[in-house]
Design a binder for this molecule. Structure first.
Ligand code: TZP
Ligand code: MG
Length: 211
């Protein structure tokens, strides 16, 4: 299994990034320590995802941060993204793996114990577990699992995992104590006026707890 640094996983949101834009937000967050950037734009066409994805890819080149595309397998392939992230309803996992080939990272959202048990490590590289807490960023989210549920799901998942949903700086210790490999945030970085500073604080808290 390939090693992926999931520790600070930024999920972009076009509305929350409206001030400086998704590409600038991602660049600043990666300078502050984000290790993965996911391009997530639910309303964008594939053409637009490709357009933004290519600019993002160039902005992240040489930083070591991974670029993951949410849902849009054609866009992920067109830009040769590092990864594709799908939800349980988006694409059948096997079909997604067949489309992207063996080398692209595949992430899968996992919200329940049944789904955690069903994760196939031959197909999936990491799981996004959540929502940990309720969040306005994804209005249609599934019931929150809390730290206890997060720990249970992370223990069941046969692949590395990242926690998502309502997570802020104050949650870093609790999230990692639950046994996951990373913290995924949208508003804690995109919703601030200083994505660099926000990412840096998160990154320092993450590193501080593993020293
Ligand atoms: N999937 C589950 S919760 C969520 C996604 C994309 C949104 C998390 O956003 P925030 O602002 O970090 O709570
Ligand atoms: Mg999805």
């Amino acid at each position: 299994m390939r090693r992926i640094d999931l520790s600070l996983y930024l999920v972009l949101d076009p509305e929350l990034c409206a001030g400086i834009g998704m590409v600038e937000t991602a660049g600043r967050a990666v300078a502050g320590g984000a290790t993965v950037v996911q391009l997530r734009d639910k309303n964008a066409s594939t053409a637009r995802m490709i357009e933004t994805g290519l600019v993002l890819k160039e902005a992240l080149a040489g930083t070591g941060a991974l670029l993951v595309v949410n849902d849009d397998v054609d866009a992920a392939i067109a830009i040769s993204a590092d990864g594709l992230h799908v939800g349980q309803d988006d694409m059948v996992v096997r079909a997604a793996r067949e489309r992207i080939g063996p080398d692209m990272i595949l992430g899968l959202s996992v919200e329940t114990e049944v789904l955690a048990r069903a994760v196939d490590p031959a197909l999936v590289d990491y799981a996004g577990i959540g929502p940990v807490f309720a969040t306005q960023t994804k209005p249609d989210h599934k019931p929150p699992v809390g730290f206890d549920g997060l720990a249970r799901l992370a223990a069941i998942c046969p692949v590395p995992s990242v926690a998502i949903g309502g997570l802020k700086l104050a949650h870093v210790a609790g999230v990692f104590a639950a046994g996951v490999d990373g913290i995924a945030v949208v508003s804690a970085i995109c919703g601030t006026s200083d994505p660099y500073g926000a990412a840096r604080e998160l990154s320092e808290a993450i590193q501080g707890r593993s020293r």
